[in-house]
Design a binder for this molecule. Structure first.
Ligand SMILES: Cc1ncc(COP(=O)(O)O)c(C=O)c1O
Length: 473
């Protein structure tokens, strides 16, 4: 197919150029009612259209949307690909609901996004969680032996849900894992939210699509030039029930999908299809020069990722949150901070596009980086891998739905079933998942984590007071 085309984007621009007079939704009437507001906003609203003649319908695509999705499938070399307007969140829900049936056993990578957990709940599945290993640099890695062990224990696993890469752009040897899952006639579902650009090939890691995963979701908006909430869902094998996927996408997505988002998904695919080797060299050289300079700042350590678009930065005496505040003080905004570090995501620029790296560095350099006492000690060893290696739930999601919960003292919680997930940072992998039975090892590890000042996703205050949420039974 001709990857020079941008049918969706072009049709939207064409429509705008005819100076149309709106007697339809949305209520801002092509931005007319934004008079007096910032013109940039009103201009954008001129492209915020709806299912007008010639603009097709996401839920029954026949014209430009169908064409744009075919171009997407052609670029990624898939069986079929879809635009998502509710992020990878909706893609994850739809792929789980479509590929699994109530009561199915599914293998789930423990450090998954909450949308995966929500999908398990909605589909009423029986998950078997496997924990990744944590490498020295904090990267998470699913081990082939763990997957094999899980299949030995639970041979009827219907599907395996992986997160590849992790938020920090780290990957693992996925090919061998996919092959093993397929040997067991199980499906490979992949949340590749952070890897939409992996299709470019070396030096990026291989995409789950190239490695033979059955169904893959990608947040185009995270690394490609797509608007927030713009994502892709790809069907990559005949094992996926296509009609069910479409049924759930229709059920879960808005009946008024954003044309701005859809056009940006078309643009993002076009952009990616036109990144040349020269562009890539240029892009990575620019970010490399920035990295080299940042590394020279006093007390700063830069850690590379398998994904060259990502780095983490640490300071010898500042927490990740303090470092984030410092970067922001310089007008430089990282993607996220955790207790130990910040994450930076670089743009995928093309030859000649001069991203303000120099300005960013000058602004960073203007701050004082003198260090206090080193206090960034690794914490991950506290969590014993055996306690979370392969776990199942003590209660089904269906049962959990009808139960109340309560806070109890940690020591009293042993043997009870947790009603909330507890995720210490680092390493950012849930120590306890809702529905798991709390063990004495969990409590011992939690106490140690609290003692050394670990932070927890949600509920830190209650935990510090020695309380855990459990189901009342
Ligand atoms: C691994 C992972 N999966 C899924 C999502 C959800 O993606 P979206 O924001 O596109 O809905 C995120 C968001 O950060 C994520 O990190």
């Amino acid at each position: 197919m001709d990857q020079d085309q941008m049918p969706m984007y072009e049709r939207l621009i064409q429509h705008k150029k005819t100076n149309p007079i709106s007697f339809h939704v949305p209520g801002h009437k092509n931005g007319f009612l934004y008079e007096g507001m910032d013109p940039a906003y009103a201009q954008l609203a001129q492209l915020d259209l709806t299912e007008l003649t010639g603009l097709d319908d996401l839920h029954d695509p026949q014209e430009v949307i169908a064409e744009a999705q075919r171009l997407l499938a052609d670029f990624y070399q898939t069986k079929k690909s879809y635009f998502l307007v509710n992020g990878t969140t909706v893609g994850n829900l739809a792929m789980i609901l479509a590929c699994c049936q109530e009561g199915d056993l599914v293998l789930v990578q423990r450090n998954c996004h909450q949308s995966i957990l929500h999908g398990l709940i909605m589909a009423k599945l029986d998950p078997i969680f496997i924990a990744p290993d944590i490498r020295e640099n904090g990267a998470t890695e699913i081990k082939l032996q763990m997957v094999e062990k899980a299949f030995q224990q639970y041979p009827t696993i219907r599907a395996c849900i992986f997160t590849y890469p992790d938020y920090y752009g780290q990957t693992y040897d996925f090919q061998a894992i996919i092959d093993v899952v397929h040997q067991h006639h199980s499906l490979v579902l992949v949340d590749e939210a952070h890897g939409a650009h992996f299709a470019l090939g070396h030096p990026f890691p291989q995409s789950a699509l190239q490695l033979g995963a059955d169904i893959v979701t990608q947040s185009a908006h995270k690394t490609l030039p797509a608007l927030t909430m713009g994502s892709y869902l790809h069907i990559n094998s005949d094992r996926v029930p296509l009609k069910k996927v479409e049924k759930y996408l229709k059920t879960l997505q808005s009946s008024s999908p954003s044309y701005l988002i859809m056009a940006s998904l078309d643009l993002a695919r076009h952009y990616l299809a036109h990144v040349s080797t020269e562009d890539l060299t240029f892009s990575l050289r620019q970010s490399q020069e920035f990295i080299e300079k940042v590394k020279q700042l006093p007390n700063i350590q830069v850690i590379r990722s398998k994904d060259p678009l990502k780095i983490t930065v640490r300071h010898s005496s500042l927490s990740g949150y303090e470092l984030q505040a410092k970067f922001e003080q310089a007008g430089v905004y990282p993607e996220l901070a955790d207790p130990r570090q910040i994450l930076l995501i670089f743009p995928l620029v093309k030859s000649g596009m001069v991203y303000p790296y120099d300005q960013a560095f000058r602004q960073l350099q203007s701050l004082s980086w003198a260090g206090g006492q080193a206090r960034n000690q690794p914490m991950q060893n506290i969590i014993s891998q055996e306690s979370i290696a392969i776990t199942t739930l003590a209660l089904s999601y269906k049962k959990m739905e009808d139960l109340d919960d309560q806070w109890v003292d940690m020591d009293e919680s042993v043997g009870k079933v947790a009603s909330q997930m507890i995720t210490p940072y680092p390493p950012g992998i849930p120590l306890i998942l809702a529905g798991e039975k709390i063990t004495i090892t969990h409590v011992q590890q939690l106490k140690q984590l609290i003692k050394i000042g670990a932070r927890f996703q949600g509920g830190t205050e209650n935990l510090k007071q020695g309380k855990l949420a459990v189901f009342s039974m």
